[in-house]
Design a binder for this molecule. Sequence first.
Ligand code: NAG
Ligand code: NAG
Ligand code: NAG
Ligand code: NAG
Length: 537
Amino acid sequence: MAVLSLFAVFLALFVSPLPCHDVPGYQKPVMVQQTGKVLPKPQTMTASTEAYALAMPSFKFTYGSSSEMCDIVDQAFQRYYDLIFDIDGLRKAPVASKDMSELNTLQVMVKEPCTGVYPSLESSENYTLTVAAPMGTLVADSAWGVLRGLETFSQLVYRTDNGMMLINKTTIDDFPRFAHRGILLDTSRHFIPLKYIKQNLDAMAYNKFNVFHWHIVDDQSFPYQSVVFPDLSAKGAFNPYTHLYTQDDIKDVIEYSRLRGIRVVPEFDTPGHTASWGAGLPGFLTPCYDGTTPNGKYYAANPIRNTTYDMMTKLLKEVKDVFPDKYVHLGGDEVNFNCWKSNPDITKFMETMGFGTDYSKLEQYYIKNILDISTSIGRNYIVWQEVLDNGVQDKSTVGEVWFEHPTIQAVLERLTAKGYRTLLSAGWYLNHDVYNPGTDWSTFYKLDPQVFNGTQEQKDLVIGGEACMWGEYVDGTNLIARLWPRASAVAERLWSAKDVTSMADAAVRIDEQRCRMVRRGLNAEPLHPGFCQFEYD
Ligand SMILES: *[C@@H]1O[C@H](CO)[C@@H](O)[C@H](O)[C@H]1NC(C)=O
Ligand SMILES: *[C@@H]1O[C@H](CO)[C@@H](O)[C@H](O)[C@H]1NC(C)=O
Ligand SMILES: *[C@@H]1O[C@H](CO)[C@@H](O)[C@H](O)[C@H]1NC(C)=O
Ligand SMILES: *[C@@H]1O[C@H](CO)[C@@H](O)[C@H](O)[C@H]1NC(C)=O
């Protein structure tokens, strides 16, 4: 009897339609198929439905006879061969094609010497890819263009149910819309182990991002191990043995990035956001006062002591030697003036300098000194938007927009009207505590960094943008899942043509890209109920 009624309940639940099918917001499960769609969508692409089989196992990447050769391209050949054929990841052993034309070679031509080079803001990433049996060609000025083209090639490959690897006849002419396409990781609020930093660099390469903005230190911790000031991490890291980036770690990250065409731009944010510097760098922070006596608290770099600038000069010189990129990020955001106001020595300094009671003048004085130090040691700099709103400084500065004051568009208009090159990150804070993984990517996707009131000249000053993953609630356990594939929406906005705006088309690309990342071993999270055709996820 009991068995019978259980069976009845079973029937009622699973054989009749579930009542929740009718609730608003119900999403039908989707099987995400592989068809060889490319994300970010290439600038121009002529695809056909003529499919070739990849010759297996004889398929190979080769250099053309007059091509330059280098380790960047050699290693990319190996990586992409493994990614395409990922034999271990196949459920079925691939089978040979029957009665189909085979693609047996992709011949690569690099025009510029590429041994030992680093990517830069000015690098060319253009490439031309022609897939035609029996031999395809990939032509680029630089190794960076080859990397982007190999990624595209790997995405064009898809599998059939019976295990064949196919690629359609295709011609692609491709180049990025913006030169600076970044991801910001914050390794101060939480330490992020190297393993996950590298996974993220892989994901960046799969999505054609080219700048790792490393917000390496902040109030909470100082994990960068400095040679000139070893106490900074010894006393400022969460754990000076385990939660630390040594000089070797940093070299490792920079080389891993270089081989993927990714610049590493470190950020040493001052004068605010420096609480973790205090213990390891005595005298650097400003003592705060209650009346005429210090209250034992410290806040922000002390702008009135010459030694502050001596310390910053030493540190930034080291940073210059460690990080090869021409740019360093110098922060400059969110300075609270209360501690400076409480300090009688600063009050005296304000009088001497004729700043009156305008503490933003003191802030400008500090920032100007830091920017001058950076210039004198040969580094260009990026700063957060406040620095430019405060009227500092020369036109080589790049300003990064991070908050809506009063709107994103108004800030873009304001900064570019002053003639500054500008990066957009407001609107692309993917860490936000309340997030909707299924839908919020569409908001990121719709934001166009060149849609604001301004002249063409102003719009040309926007050099790109960054998706940001601030670390308050993010560490190695959830970094990859929270970023991907949501950041793929930003990737496409920054790479593809301005008129690539169809949400329906983008949804299909981002789905396949998510399954592709899962296949490649990344914990990219799902965007809706359903499953990937070939992946266990
Ligand atoms: C490749 O060709 C097949 C048919 O052979 C077609 O179904 C598929 O949509 C094509 N893929 C692309 C990306 O055009
Ligand atoms: C890349 O291609 C675009 C479009 O053809 C062109 O405007 C741009 O100058 C090229 N960039 C380089 C560095 O060749
Ligand atoms: C700090 O530097 C300024 C400018 O170089 C100089 O005029 C001043 O005397 C210095 N102050 C101290 C206390 O060394
Ligand atoms: C552009 O300017 C017009 C007219 O002043 C205004 O109505 C509109 O909101 C502005 N658009 C943006 C994106 O700021």
